[in-house]
Structures are given as C-alpha cells and as structure tokens.
Ligand binder design. Structure first.
Ligand code: F6R
Length: 609
C-alpha cells in the first residue's frame, strides 16, 4: 500500500518528507517521490526502487521550502516506472497530488479530460484527480477539491498542493487511512502513525468524506456537507514498532484483519454499476475467445495452490470447462499436455515464485494462452503472462499468506462468473444473487473476527498437541488444506489435511483418543457424508472442532465444539471458513511462543527452485 506524507510549516519540508517515508517503508513500495514548493515553483523529484535512490538523486540539491508532499508507491495501475511514481502534476505544473487507493472510474474521467485538452503523463488512475482539479479550479481551492471528490469514485486518501495557495495542503480520504500530525508552527500529514511519531505525539485521525485544510498554524476540518468539524486530538502512545503494525502485535494479525478491506478493493472495481454483472476491463474476453479453450490449467505453489483448488471448483461448476490444478514444481517435470486450446492460469501473490514462473514459461512454450493472477504489479509473472488479473490485497508482509488467499479466491470467483456470463451458462437472476453475495463478503469477513475468545481458548487447549487433523469434503477439503498449512508453518504443529472420505483409506489409523480433528462441514451435498466421517472419528475418542455456517443447528449434536461463520452462497464459504483457521494457527503459534511473522526455515518469496 502506498505511503503518503505532507508538510506545511516553518521547517524544511524535505527533511520530514524523507524521514516520514522512511518510516513507512515497511508498507512495501516500488518507487518514491516528493514535491516541494520553493517559493517560486513546485519542484518534483521521483525515483524507482528504494528510497535511498531518491535520496541519492537529490543529495546535492535537496529542494528547499516549507510546503511539500511525498509518496511511496506500491503499483496498482501502471508498472513501477518513474513516470507512474507520485506526486502527479496537472498540465500547468501548478497543482500536485499524491494518492493511496484506487479511483475506480478513472478511465471514463481520463477520456473526458483528454477530450477537454489535458495531456496525461502516466498510466495511473491517480493522475485524473489532479487534471480534474485543474479543470474545475475557479480560484477557490477548497471548493474545487470538493468538486473533484464529487466526480471520483473508489477508495482513496489524497493530498493536494497548489502553487496558487502556498500556505496550505488540502487532504481527504475514503476507506483509506490518513492522519494529521499536530506540531508547533508546523503540521504534518501521513497515511500512517509511524511517519509522524518522531515529530509529534498529537494527531487527528481523518474520517471518511472529510476535507481537511492544513496550514502551519491551523487545521480546519470540513464535513461532507461543508459544515465545520471538531479537531479531536488523539494522543499517540505506541512505540514505532507497534505503530508499524497498526497496533497489532504481528503483521500476520494485522493482515488477517485487513481482509475485509482487501476483498472490497479486489471486488468493487469489477462489479458493474447496476450490480448485475462482472466487468473485467483487463480481459475483455468474448464468446469466440472463450470457445477456443478446451481446457484450463491452474498452476501455483503453497497457499496460492490451495486457492487454485477452489478456483477449479468455481470454473468447473459455473463455466463447465475442465480444469486441472498443478503444483508448479511438479508441472513442468511431468510432460503436461497443453496446446493453443489451453488456458494456463498461474496464481502467485508475489509474482516472483521461481517454480510458478518456470511453469508459466513452460505453458507458453507449449503454445497455451496465459493469464496471471497476482498481487504485485509489474512482477515477473505479471510481465510474462499475456494477461493479468491483479488481486489488490496490498503488500503482504507476514510470511504466512492470509489476505492474499482470500483475494485470490474473490478474483477467481469473479473470473468464473465473468466467464459463465460470456458463455451464457448462468441466468441473469442467478448472476445477480452471486454478485450480491460477493458484495456482502467484506462485512461478513469482519464478523468472523469479532469474537476470537473461543478460538484463543482452543488454541491454548490444543496448541500443545503435536498432531492435528483437518478434514472436509468438496470445497471444504480445499480449505482444510489451507488450514493445515497455516497451522504447521507458523506453530510447527504437525497438521494433516485429508478429504474426509479418504480417512478410512489409511489415516484413520492415526486417529486416537484426544487427537484434535478440525472438520469443515459447510457443503450441503456432502453434509450427511461428513457427519458419518465425524462419527468415525468420535468412535475413536478424538476431539472434534466443527466449522459450520450460522444457520446449521445440527452439527453441534455430533462434535465437541463448533465455530460458526456467517451465511453466504455455498460457493463463497471458503472465504469465510478460512478466517477462523488463520486465527487458530495464529493463536496456537502465540501459545507456543513462535516467531509468527518470520517462521523458521521459510521466506516470503521463494525465488529458488
Ligand atoms: C504460505 C505461503 C506460501 C506461498 C507460496 C507461493 O502461507 O505464503 O505457501 O503461498 O510460497 O507464493 P506466491 O503466492 O508468492 O507465489
């Protein structure tokens, strides 16, 4: 996620901007930039890569001035190259903006602005905001920013600076964090507390829809309707490390809690305004193109592989095309049968996993069409695949993947609905029901995290066992695999996932008194069969924790404990049932004193075979 900073005061803006951005480095970024007003002009400096490159670039001529904005970019729209780095300027160079988030209607606005004579210099969605400001500006900075906000849709935090108003910065936010740091004869803007922690402990947390005018000695808050808001001061007590994690003890826990927002960011730009269809501007497929495929391969590693297993189910169920899922490290060594009538989909959070990249190259060599589902813009798989769908989860820092998985699932679900729509395999009312369910997910994801006491108790109770089983059927089996991986990688407990029907073909021999078995039972078609498997386990005196949907009042009769998730379309259950499993793994690791964010022997991005 991008980092934003702003400064207005009697000191040198550059000093705060560079320090503040350094403090935000943990958020992940691929380029950086600053804009400073030196009393005559606005000087913009940008650089690709680490902040050090930017510091090196300007070290002999640091821009001077007490008004400035800065940004670290984590690419979404447009590759990580200098022209796409922020700040962005209008045609005259008199207005500048930095942005975090996604402007969903940027394509329409861009077309309109180009027709009005504006020249764009980047591929970003952000640039429309500053040209729009130039277009509507009538001498009143605040009023013009308000007009810009009326026109843009999406999620954002934005800071505007203007040469015409050198005493102020104007900022606003919607669904993205933004804070104002309150100093003496200087004030600060930042997307996160760590940026300001060395300068002040007094902050104002900007609320959605507010416009804040920041001067060196005054901060004015304007509500959406133009009325004045109250400056409620928040006293920061966190140390720098706690601030980076947003107050959470670990990045993993922060990222688990970011899932509602991450999924919202992934889905909302892809749902048509009328809520009746999925829009995939990135693909623009038609029936003829789809009919050229006889088969789909999905290839990935680890958590992404588990997500692909769910993706297979979605595509086969909704699109009725056969899908084969492969572990990337196995794929190219087994003479896979692919040709130009095959679509190969590689799934990778980082986009840099070497086995996945090699599998992508192999699929291309064999003539298949290729599509990457990845979280990192400009990553190797994004560059090498013919087409890309980004997951918009924001940077994932903890080694254990959480929000990447749920956003991959959401992306694959939308892809399946999109393809089914083109192939006319789905009726309009059914499509609408599925899309409505998708739109409810962010809120429902939030609900799954509301009460963690029960999960903490299980984690303590069973966290010291050496073995745990996860079982399920159909989609529940795919989630069981992910639950077991999460537990083993961060808590080092031996966890095995099995298709519930496979138990009596071998693993039942390991089921003994007291063994914790986590059973997912959310799929109606196989529900009774799962209950039979639970009975087999209970007959061996194992302890069963069931994962069920809220309207299931049956499961508690057969298991020792139940964790419930909100009711959604059955196909979407994996996005909700995985959350208690992530939390169980997290709290079990805590109970065992493990290093949650950096588990032993593991790396975030596996770039070796
Ligand atoms: C598990 C985990 C790994 C990754 C795997 C693939 O929590 O993070 O299993 O899923 O290494 O990584 P990407 O998705 O970056 O290709």
């Amino acid at each position: 996620m991008c980092g934003i900073v702003g400064y207005v005061g009697e000191g040198q803006a550059a000093s705060f901007l560079l320090d503040g951005l350094t403090r935000l480095e943990y958020r992940g970024y691929d380029s950086a930039g600053i804009a400073i007003y030196d009393g005559q002009k606005i000087q913009v400096e940008k650089s690709v890569g680490r902040l050090d490159s930017l510091k090196e670039k300007i070290k002999d001529a640091v821009p001077l001035g007490g008004l400035g904005i800065g940004h670290t970019r984590w690419a979404t729209h447009g590759r990580p190259v200098e022209m796409n780095a922020h700040p962005h300027t209008d045609c005259t160079g008199e207005f500048v903006v930095v942005h975090n988030g996604i402007i969903e209607n940027y394509l329409t606005l861009k077309e309109e602005l180009i027709q009005q004579g504006h020249t764009f210099k980047s591929d970003t969605d952000t640039e429309v905001a500053v040209h729009l400001l130039e277009e509507v500006y009538d001498g009143d900075f605040e009023k013009s920013v308000r007009e810009v906000l009326h026109r843009i849709e999406g999620s954002y935090s934005l800071v505007f600076m203007s040469k015409k108003h050198p005493d102020r910065l104007i900022c606003t936010k919607q669904d993205n964090p933004l804070i104002i740091g309150l100093g003496e004869c200087e004030n600060f803007i930042a997307s996160d507390i760590p940026a300001i922690i060395d300068r002040t402990r007094r902050a104002y947390i900007v609320k959605d829809g507010e416009i804040v005018v920041v001067k060196k000695d005054a901060v004015k808050i304007l509500h959406h309707d133009g009325t004045l808001g109250k400056l409620e001061v928040f006293h920061i007590t966190w140390n720098a490390e706690a601030a980076e994690k947003g107050g959470y003890e670990h990045f993993m826990l922060k990222e688990i809690h970011e899932q509602p927002k991450a999924v919202r960011n992934t889905i909302s730009p892809r749902i048509a305004k009328d809520g009746c269809s999925i829009v995939m501007d990135e693909l623009q497929w038609d029936a003829e193109y789809l009919s050229s495929f006889h088969k789909i391969f999905m290839i990935a590693c680890g958590t992404a592989y588990h997500a692909a297993l769910v993706g297979k189910y979605y595509i086969e169920k909704l699109v009725r095309l056969p899908v084969e899922v492969d572990i990337a490290s196995e794929f190219r060594y087994r003479s896979p049968i692919l040709d130009e009538q095959t679509l190969a989909i590689v799934v990778s959070q980082s986009g840099e996993t070497s086995d996945t990249l090699a599998a992508l190259r192999e699929a291309k060599k064999l003539g298949a069409k290729t599509l990457a589902i990845t979280n990192v813009v400009g990553s190797s798989v994004a560059r090498e695949a013919e087409q890309v769908l980004y997951t918009w989860a924001g940077p994932e820092i903890a080694v254990a993947s959480t929000k990447a998985y749920t956003t991959q699932l959401a992306t694959m679900f939308m892809l399946a609905v999109y393809m089914a729509g083109i192939k006319k395999n789905i009726s309009s009312p059914r499509m609408q029901v599925l899309i409505q369910a998708l739109q409810r997910l962010p809120e429902q994801l939030g609900k799954t995290m509301e009460d963690v006491e029960q999960i903490k108790t299980f984690a303590k109770q069973y966290g010291f066992r050496e073995d745990v089983f996860f079982i399920g059927r159909s989609l529940d089996y795919s989630v069981a695999l992910e639950g077991a991986l999460k537990l083993k990688e961060i808590s080092y407990i031996h966890a095995e996932a099995y298709a519930a029907g496979e138990l009596k073909h071998g693993p039942l021999a390991l089921v003994v008194e007291g063994l914790p078995v986590i059973v997912l039972a959310t799929q109606k078609k196989v529900y009774e069969k799962t209950i039979s498997n639970i009975k087999e386990i209970k007959a061996r005196d194992a302890v069963v924790i069931g994962i069920a949907v809220e309207d299931d009042h049956e499961l508690e009769k057969y298991v020792d404990h139940v964790i419930k998730v909100p009711v959604t379309e059955e196909l979407l259950n994996p996005l909700l049932t995985v959350v208690p499993l992530q939390l169980l793994a997290y709290y079990a690791a805590i109970a065992r004193g493990c290093d949650v964010d950096k588990p032993r022997n593991l790396a975030k991005s596996v770039t070796v075979e």
